[in-house]
Design a protein around this ligand. Structure first.
Ligand SMILES: NC(=O)c1ccc[n+]([C@@H]2O[C@H](COP(=O)([O-])OP(=O)(O)OC[C@H]3O[C@@H](n4cnc5c(N)ncnc54)[C@H](O)[C@@H]3O)[C@@H](O)[C@H]2O)c1
Length: 321
């Protein structure tokens, strides 16, 4: 079968995860090009994974006409690449956050109407989260009541990179990291978020927030308490799901990726997962979409829904954007 020709624009940290995933799927795809305004970054990745090197992502799309592209630049720079891909019928896997604002997300989604667009909310492909979704669907946890989440770590790039420049990133940890939490809340509840109240703060001397707490209420009355920080040194990454019949914990740092206990159980049931990581599963799904075998699990509409919450969260915290 003909291999899917894939390219990557933006050759920094997360591009490495996309490229490793495509390299692991070499029976299905070929990495044909890598672009970065810092050409040496593109070259370093190409030495590892192959592909032609470009300093200009538009030239890459024009000259190579790949079937699919991962857009891994900071949020500010994505729209021209998405528009050029859309014009050429190239499928797009666009990193999160979808864009800096809801309006920019709308521009991306509009450009890609009729084409294959997937936003890279990679947690949708985290096996323990998928198992938790199955558990919820089975009714084992009863009716969902509350979801708690915390993603926290000491982020060494806070204060010395584009991640903390509002003009490039669109904001701080709320839009960069807590955006995943919002997507996870929607994926677990299967419901839209009706109210979002944020509290933001910074301990670092930066123009954006380095810590964020968000309280949510879904259309069906599920409550969410989402907390993220870039300045707490002990890494935390968990989601706790509380239902009327039981509790489940997705723990990214534990050997058992999921554990749960339902009313009447004397102990936790632990589930271990091995094998394909979420980036590999995300890339495999994207290739399925490129081949027309599947529809994007994280669609343009999902990106818009998450960005609506981000906008109202910033508004609730009094941040003018
Ligand atoms: N899905 C995840 O879990 C996850 C994890 C990390 C980062 N991300 C997201 O991925 C995006 C990139 O993050 P990163 O950590 O890779 O950042 P990074 O700074 O490590 O890499 C970004 C790269 O883009 C390049 N670039 C900037 N402007 C460009 C342009 N106009 N054309 C081509 N290249 C350009 C930079 O030179 C840099 O090499 C961010 O939006 C971030 O939030 C997602």
């Amino acid at each position: 079968m003909k291999k899917i020709r894939v390219a990557v624009i933006g050759a920094g940290g997360i591009a490495g995860a996309h490229l490793r995933a495509y390299a692991s799927l070499a029976e299905r795809c070929e990495i044909v090009g890598i672009a970065d305004i810092d050409e040496s970054a593109a070259r370093a990745k190409a030495e590892e994974h192959g592909g032609q090197v470009f300093a200009d992502g538009l030239a890459l799309l024009d000259q190579l006409q790949p079937d699919a592209v991962s857009i891994c630049t900071p949020p500010k720079y994505r729209i021209p690449f998405v528009e050029a891909a859309a014009e050429r019928g190239i499928a797009v896997l666009c990193e999160k956050p979808p864009a800096r604002t809801l309006a920019e997300t709308g521009a991306i989604v509009d450009a890609m109407r009729g084409g294959a667009l997937q936003f890279a909310f990679c947690h949708r492909f985290h096996a323990p989260l998928n198992a938790a979704q199955d558990l919820i669907r089975s009714g084992a946890l009863g009716e969902l009541v509350q979801i708690e989440n915390r993603f926290a770590f000491r982020f060494e790039r806070a204060g010395n990179s584009w991640f903390t420049e509002a003009d490039i990133a669109g904001g701080g940890i709320l839009i960069d990291t807590l955006v995943h939490s919002i997507d996870i809340f929607r994926a677990l509840t299967g419901q839209e978020i009706e109210t979002a109240q944020a509290a933001l703060s910074s301990t670092l001397p930066i123009e954006v927030e380095d810590s964020a707490s968000l309280l949510l209420r879904s259309s069906g009355g599920v409550l969410g308490a989402l907390n993220c920080s870039w300045v707490t040194p002990v890494a935390d990454a968990f989601v706790r799901i509380h239902g009327t019949e039981g509790q489940a914990i997705i723990d990214y740092n534990a050997a058992a990726g999921l554990r749960y206990q339902v009313a009447g159980d004397s102990d936790w049931t632990a589930r271990h997962f091995d094998g394909r990581d979420r980036f590999l599963r995300q890339a495999a799904h994207f290739l399925d979409c490129v081949e027309g075998k599947s529809q994007p699990l994280v669609s343009g509409d999902d990106g818009l829904a998450v960005m609506r919450v981000i906008e109202s969260a910033y508004e609730s915290a009094g941040v003018r954007r």
